[in-house]
Write a protein that binds this ligand. Structure first.
Ligand code: ATP
Length: 253
């Protein structure tokens, strides 16, 4: 059974058909990139999986169970984590404390007395930081980190509730090319190790074609193609769709 199945989902905003009858699936341990020109419906699709938007039609299934239209917090409790375009960490807290906060939240203790957070599951927090290569920076404030490192901390925080599926919304936005590839290589390794699925939207084609296991292409709200990076790069319809957008489908050297 697929980890995530999206079946014929649609969403309109007034007269704008943002997403029309889109279906695809994602297996455990797999990275699936959702790509398409601006306005293609990527964010809308993403938000229907995360619960920020309810589909007008269709279904979203996690391990065969419907999560269609459930609120984001409930979907998160079902095992769907999320990272954001602009990394969200507490700048004044240390790297380890940020992950401890995420663990508190996962343990539903976010409203308990704050000073306890400094002691809460520090060993687990350090283990998560180890996974993303941030152990040496554990006791530095997040405000002192380079942006690429903040993104790693955000990834460790997203892993705190041990999600089965991680949604990454333009994870490499604002990063230098070398850092982008490194972040998604890391996400790929963690996805394999944990058998976690990753669905990500991405404009950087070097990341998409270098790191994704499969690629789904949306154009004007419809699924134009889905396949391996090689299949997608060779697909003439996809090349046509990208013509004139200023985006290139070639992997950058
Ligand atoms: N809340 C909204 N209200 C009205 N129209 C919307 C809303 N959200 C999205 N749209 C429209 O739906 C279509 C799909 O938008 P969406 O943001 O999903 O595309 P996208 O592929 O994520 O684009 P981008 O790459 O520019 O972020 C666009 O025409 C957009 O203007």
């Amino acid at each position: 059974m697929s980890l995530l199945q999206i079946r014929n989902i649609s969403k309109a905003f007034g007269g704008v058909k943002a997403v029309q009858n889109v279906s695809f699936s994602l297996q455990a341990g797999e990275l699936l990139a959702l790509i398409g020109p601006n306005g293609a419906g990527k964010s809308t699709t993403f938000n229907m999986v995360g619960g920020q938007l309810a589909p007008d039609n269709g279904a979203v299934l996690l391990n065969g169970q419907s999560i269609t239209g459930l609120p984001p917090r409930t979907i998160w409790r079902c095992g769907v984590g999320r990272t954001f375009q602009i990394a969200q960490t507490f700048a004044s807290l240390t790297v380890a404390e940020n992950v401890q906060m995420a663990l508190l939240s996962a343990d539903r203790k976010i409203f308990s007395w704050w000073p306890r957070a400094a002691n809460h599951r520090r060993t687990e927090a350090l283990a998560l930081l180890e996974q993303v290569g941030m152990t040496p920076q554990a006791d530095r404030p997040c405000s002192a980190l380079a942006y690429g490192d903040v993104k790693r901390v955000e990834l460790a925080m997203a892993l705190a509730p041990a999600p089965q599926l991680l949604l990454m919304d333009e994870p490499t936005a604002g990063m230098a090319p070398g850092e982008r590839v490194a972040l998604m290589q890391l996400a790929r390794r963690i996805a394999r190790e944990r058998q976690m699925g990753v669905l990500f939207t991405e404009h950087s084609m070097d990341v998409v074609f270098g790191q994704a296991d499969r690629v789904a292409v949306l154009v004007r709200g419809q699924l134009l193609a889905e396949g391996t990076p090689q299949q997608i790069r060779a697909d003439e319809r996809v090349q046509q769709a990208y013509l004139g957008t200023g985006l290139v489908l070639e992997k950058q050297k």
